[in-house]
Design a protein around this ligand. Structure first.
Ligand code: ATP
Ligand code: MG
Length: 220
């Protein structure tokens, strides 16, 4: 089991947003989370992804109980095990595509610059953007920018990738290619994907589908 959440609750300003969410996700699965706006999908993803902590309940990733970790241990755990892809990819505009991809590996600090560059280029080749290494984000198409963001999320070979509406600002074709890529990576490297989406194609293709409504999972 890769991810286990037990009875998560979370309130903002005394308003309950998550009202007891439990789920399990296995290694190598591509999981979709769907549901109406405001249901709590992004909030759940933040808790599963260690970006925020629940008011009560437990999250385990790869057997590690997250609430047992101190802040600095948590960021180390996150940087080693978890990748994030957001709808708006937050690439750093003053850096090239290659530099953006390399950044998490520099922060992790366990490889030389040459090794990091080699891995980043290999990853960008795998994603079909190797000819774009020297481009700045503003010189890339939306789909290319999104793939750079995906490469950046993958550079440290995380076991789990959390994605919040990753295809939300892509056209049908680019969205389709990105979805294919998630499944390919899950097969090739047994990486686990947890994806909040409004995209029907992805929801249908997913190995597991969670439906969220009013702070609860109503259907699997
Ligand atoms: N940091 C915050 N402070 C206060 N309220 C918040 C915060 N984050 C989320 N909320 C509230 O929690 C509720 C759920 O938000 P969340 O972003 O999880 O919904 P969602 O299911 O991702 O919706 P969408 O599909 O529109 O992205 C919303 O009513 C939102 O206003
Ligand atoms: Mg959201």
């Amino acid at each position: 089991m890769m991810i286990e959440a037990i009875n998560l609750t979370k309130s903002y300003n005394n308003v309950p947003i998550l009202k007891g969410v439990s789920l399990t996700i296995n290694k190598g699965e591509v999981v979709a989370i769907v549901g109406p706006s405001g249901a709590g999908k992004s909030t759940l993803l933040q808790l599963l992804g260690t970006l925020d902590s629940p008011d009560s309940g437990e999250v385990r990733i790869n057997g590690q109980l997250l609430t047992a970790l101190k802040d600095n241990q948590l960021s180390a755990f996150r940087n080693t095990n978890i990748g994030f892809v957001f709808q708006f990819h937050h690439l750093l505009p003053e850096f090239t595509a290659l530099e953006n991809v390399c950044l998490p590996a520099y922060i992790k600090g366990s490889l030389s610059q040459a090794e990091i560059t080699a891995q980043a280029i290999e990853l960008m080749r795998y994603l079909g953007i190797e000819s774009r290494v020297s481009h700045k984000p503003s010189q890339l198409s939306g789909g290319e920018q999104q793939r750079v963001a995906v490469a950046r999320a993958l550079i440290n070979k995380p076991a789990v990738i959390f994605a919040d509406e990753p295809s939300g600002n892509l056209d049908t074709q680019h969205a389709h290619e990105l979805h294919e890529l998630f499944f390919k990576l899950s097969k090739d490297f047994e990486q686990t994907f947890v994806i909040v989406t409004h995209n029907n194609e992805l929801a249908k293709m997913a190995n597991k589908l969670f439906v969220m409504r009013d702070g609860k999972l109503v259907n699997e």
